[in-house]
Design a protein around this ligand. Structure first.
Ligand code: NAD
Length: 487
């Protein structure tokens, strides 16, 4: 059987590039090349812009309710094709089917559905100024771009395109070069649902294609998901044409477990927030601060459940709940952090090695890893690892642990476990993070705005406010009286 080659998706169909350049995509669980993708060369880039201009002209002049109706058809198609799309995500990312089947497509569809519902409800204002008055219109920005990470490829494409399209913009999306297929399937679904050609184009490639999107003077906004370092490059490059930016970047988020907490629940949160999607989630609580009085109980339960309940293996096996990391290179990076943890004096409670499960012997697995005896100055406690590596620390004073939790340039997420309602709110209000959970961790419904404090991000995704970030306000002053002029 020949290996498929996917082209860029422009103006409602696949378009062949002129350079002939392609890149290979591997299944992280098998190390096999599963398909090739053509790189978006200058010909494709130009076609993407020209078609987006036409798409914008058609889409932005439709009534919001018409756009909403079409987007809701796309939502229905996404849900109908859940299993097919979830399988693509499993093969591209290495994450377990168990997760993709109930999370990735559904949370993507939820967000498009949410913004499709909001679109017709977006209104301007009108105010009298004496006998004159002004009114405002919420107008779309034009052509917007999205650049995605590889951990939730389809979900990221939906979270970015949902509000952009609902507000009447055209969108050019570049998925991560590790996971390019989901976005193509979304593009096909949009066309099938009735979104005009050119409104959602998919361009493929790595940093150079991303750089082109950030530089293009035809693009009004770029919404980026990825590493802090890349985000800084994107902002700098977008400044050249004064583009609006949304930055969804990395984190090193703290979870504070007080001595009155339900410890089993706190262990569940810590495990979800470190081992779900094999640790490749931006909001993960990779710094767990446990009160000294409950520390032993916490780590005993954590060790038992990690060693007994996590099943690594072929991600397509529905019994497997722990998949392979995205690439060999990433596996090596995560292992290098584990080596640093050991050399800097942390103690391995469990894990700390690569895995080669019988059902996926060539996959890029790293065992779920827990370090104890950690201190705040260790590399594993300070830097985002983006793999299944948890650091456990202890505390005995509330103010002190808040100070330690905030002592980082990142501020994506944070969590608190306690039964004391006053303490829960008091503490969470002092944590410098954009996405916070009390006695919970990781839930991110379409209704809730998400984004980072400090260097973890700029702007928000989801929630009502995001729709505003895809529009600009036009103010129109209407003179009802004669103009008074000294001339
Ligand atoms: P990355 O920064 O390496 O790449 C992200 C995207 O940027 C890719 O599509 C890549 O091709 C593109 N890119 C690379 N260089 C570029 C450049 N100079 N200009 C424009 N685009 C460029 O990130 P990754 O490894 O794909 O993803 C992992 C990171 O993403 C982690 O740090 C994680 O925390 C973060 N992340 C954040 C969120 C969030 O919502 N805050 C969600 C998922 C992942």
């Amino acid at each position: 059987m020949t290996t498929p080659v996917y082209q860029n998706f422009i103006n409602g169909h696949f378009l062949k590039n002129q350079s002939g350049e392609t890149f290979a995509v591997k299944n992280p669980a098998t190390d096999d090349v599963i398909y090739y993708v053509e790189v978006a060369d200058a010909f494709i880039q130009n076609a993407a812009i020209q078609s987006a201009k036409q798409g914008f002209a058609a889409w932005s002049t439709m009534s919001p309710i018409e756009r909403s109706r079409i987007l809701l058809k796309a939502v229905a198609l996404l849900r109908e094709r859940n299993d097919l799309l979830a399988k693509i995500e499993v093969l591209d990312t290495g994450k377990p089917w168990q997760e993709a089947e109930c999370v990735d497509v559904q949370t993507g569809a939820d967000v498009i559905e949410y913004f499709a519902g909001l679109a017709p409800a977006q209104v301007g204002q009108q105010q009298m100024v004496g006998e004159d008055f002004y009114y405002t219109r919420k107008e779309p920005l034009g052509i917007c771009a999205g650049i995605g990470a590889w951990n939730y490829p389809l979900q990221i494409a939906c979270w970015k395109s949902g509000p952009a399209l609902a507000a009447g913009n055209a969108f050019i999306f570049k998925p991560s070069e590790e996971t390019p297929l989901g976005a193509i399937k979304l593009a096909e679904i949009f066309i099938e649902a009735g979104v005009p050609a050119g409104v959602f184009n998919v361009v493929q490639g790595a940093a150079e294609v991303g750089q082109w999107l950030t530089q293009s003077a035809d693009i009004e906004k770029v919404s980026f998901t990825g590493e802090v370092g890349t985000g800084k490059k994107v902002v700098a490059s977008a400044a050249g044409s004064l583009k609006d930016v949304t930055m969804e970047l990395g984190g090193k988020s703290p979870l504070l477990v007080f001595d009155d907490a339900d410890i089993s629940q706190a262990v569940s949160a810590a495990m979800l927030g470190n081992f779900y999607t094999q640790g490749e989630i931006c909001t993960n609580c990779t710094r767990i601060y446990v009160h000294k009085n409950v520390y032993q109980q916490f780590i005993d339960e954590l060790k038992t459940r990690t060693e007994e309940n996590i099943i690594a293996g072929d991600p397509l096996d529905p019994n497997v709940n722990f998949g392979a990391l995205i690439s060999k290179k990433h596996q090596q990076l995560v292992m290098s952090y584990i080596d640093k943890g050991i050399s800097e004096g942390a103690t391995l409670l469990t894990g700390g090695k690569t895995l080669s499960p019988a059902s996926a012997p060539n996959g890029y697995f790293v065992a779920p890893t827990v370090f104890i005896d950690c201190t705040d100055d260790m590399t594993i406690v300070k830097e985002e690892i983006f793999g299944p590596v948890m650091s456990v620390l202890t505390f005995d004073d509330e103010d002190d642990v808040i100070h330690r939790a905030n002592d980082t340039h990142l501020g994506l997420a944070a969590g608190v476990f306690t039964k004391d309602i006053k303490r829960a709110h008091r503490v969470i209000h002092q944590l410098q993070a954009g996405i916070c959970w009390i006695n919970s961790y990781g839930n991110s419904p379409a209704e809730m705005p998400v984004g980072g404090y400090k260097q973890s991000g700029i702007g928000r995704e989801n929630g009502i406010e995001t729709l505003d970030h895809y529009t600009q306000t036009k103010s129109i002053y209407v003179g009802m009286t004669n103009i008074e002029s000294p001339f």
